[in-house]
Design a protein around this ligand. Structure first.
Ligand SMILES: NC(=O)c1ccc[n+]([C@@H]2O[C@H](COP(=O)([O-])OP(=O)(O)OC[C@H]3O[C@@H](n4cnc5c(N)ncnc54)[C@H](OP(=O)(O)O)[C@@H]3O)[C@@H](O)[C@H]2O)c1
Length: 309
C-alpha cells in the first residue's frame, strides 16, 4: 500500500537517491529542498512532490505541515536527512558556523519531528534520522560534526522511548562514507577555517591546504581501504536500511551501514568504550563475565530481530 514519506535535504546525495528509491517502489515522496532549481528538477517525477523547506525555518515548516495535511495523504514517514558537514580545528569555527551546524543537524530533526508529530501519530508511522558513524567515532578536525551526530544518537533513543507507546517507531541510520555532495558542499568553509588556523595548529593547517593544491598520487584501485584511502559506498546501502526502518514489522533502533573497514573502526571504538566503562573500582566485570553478558545479549537479539531484507 502506498505510504507518504517526507524526506528533508532531497536535493542531492543520500536524500535525492532515497527520494527516487521510495518513489520507484510506489510510495509518495514529499521531497523537501531549498533551491528553486532542485524544486524544478524534482517536479514531474512520478510519485515525487517537491516542497520548499529549510529545516531552520519555522515558517516554511508550518507551511509544509499545512500543505501535506491538505493533500489528504497523511504522513507515514519522516526521514530527517538534511545535514551539514564541515571540518576544522575547534578554535577555527566561528560562533555563527558552530551554531549553524547544531541548528541544522540537531535542532532540525527535533523541529521537524515536533511539527509533523500529529500526522505521524495518526498514521502510527516512522521517523528515521540519518546519523553517521561519526555518532560513535570522533576524531580531530571532525569535532563539531561528530558532536551533532552523537547528539542525534541520544535524540533517537529518547524520542523512540517517548513515542513507542503511541506506535511510532524511531530509528537512526549510521552511514560511513557515502558518495554524495557533502564533501564538495563543505569544502569552501573548511578551506576558510584552515586559513584561520593560528598556532599551534597553523603549520598543520598549511600542510593540509598545500595538499589540496598538490594531492598525492591516487593509490592503486585494489589498494585496501585505510584512513588515507577511503572507499565511499553507494547511497543505495542507506536507502536499503531506511526502507527497512520504514516498512519492516520489526524495525531496528540502529542501522550501521558502510564498508568492512569502517565497521571494524566502529566496533573497535565501542569495545574501547565498553572497556573504559568496565574499568572502574566500583563496577567491573571479569573477562568471563563480560563474555557471558555478550552471549546473553546476542541470544536475546537472535530471538528478537529478523535480518535486514
Ligand atoms: N555522505 C556521507 O559520507 C555521509 C556519511 C554519514 C552521514 N551522512 C549524513 O547524510 C545526510 C545527507 O548528507 P549527504 O551526504 O547526502 O550530503 P549532501 O549531498 O551535501 O546533502 C545534504 C542535503 O542537506 C540539505 N541541507 C543542508 N542544510 C539544510 C537546511 N538548513 N535545511 C534543509 N536542508 C538542508 C542540502 O540542501 P542544499 O542542496 O539546498 O544545500 C542537501 O539536500 C546528512 O545528515 C549527513 O550528515 C552523510
Amino acid at each position: 500500500m502506498q505510504k507518504a514519506i517526507l524526506i528533508t535535504g532531497a536535493s542531492t546525495g543520500i536524500g535525492r537517491h532515497l527520494a527516487h528509491y521510495l518513489a520507484e517502489r510506489d510510495h509518495l515522496v514529499y521531497a523537501a529542498v531549498r533551491k528553486d532549481t532542485d524544486f524544478a528538477a524534482l517536479s514531474g517525477v512520478p510519485n515525487i512532490v517537491p516542497i520548499k523547506l529549510d529545516v531552520t525555518n519555522l515558517e516554511q515548516i508550518e507551511t509544509a505541515v499545512t500543505f501535506i495535511t491538505a493533500q489528504g495523504t497523511g504522513l507515514y514517514g519522516l526521514v530527517n536527512n538534511a545535514g551539514l558537514g564541515g571540518l576544522g580545528y575547534f578554535t577555527t569555527w566561528s560562533e555563527a558556523e558552530f551554531h549553524q551546524i547544531l541548528d541544522v543537524n540537531i535542532a532540525g530533526p527535533w523541529r521537524m519531528s515536533n511539527a509533523f508529530l500529529d500526522l505521524l501519530l495518526a498514521a502510527q508511522g516512522r521517523i528515521v534520522n540519518i546519523g553517521s558513524q561519526g555518532g560513535t567515532v570522533s576524531k580531530k578536525l571532525y569535532g563539531p560534526y561528530t558532536m551533532t551526530k552523537h547528539a542525534l544518537e541520544a535524540y533517537t533513543v529518547a524520542l523512540n522511548e517517548e513515542l513507542r507507546p503511541f506506535h511510532v517507531h524511531v530509528s537512526i541510520v549510521q552511514p560511513g562514507g557515502i558518495v554524495s555532495n557533502i564533501g564538495a558542499n563543505s569544502l569552501p568553509d573548511m578551506v576558510t577555517r584552515l586559513r584561520r588556523a593560528q598556532p599551534p595548529f597553523a603549520d598543520e593547517a598549511q600542510q593540509l591546504l598545500a595538499s589540496f593544491d598538490n594531492p598525492p598520487p591516487p593509490p592503486a584501485a585494489d589498494a585496501p581501504e585505510s584512513e588515507s584511502n577511503r572507499k565511499p559506498s553507494s547511497p543505495e546501502i542507506v536507502a536499503t536500511a531506511v526502507y527497512h526502518a520504514l516498512f519492516s514489522d520489526q524495525p531496528k533502533l540502529r542501522y550501521m551501514v558502510g564498508t568492512h573497514w569502517e565497521g571494524n573502526r566502529v566496533i573497535n571504538t565501542l569495545i574501547d568504550r565498553l572497556l573504559d566503562a568496565n574499568d572502574s573500582p566500583e563496577h567491573s566485570y571479569s573477562r568471563e563475565q563480560l563474555i557471558a553478558l555478550l552471549d546473553q545479549q546476542l541470544q536475546a537479539r537472535n530471538e528478537a530481530v529478523r535480518p535486514l531484507q
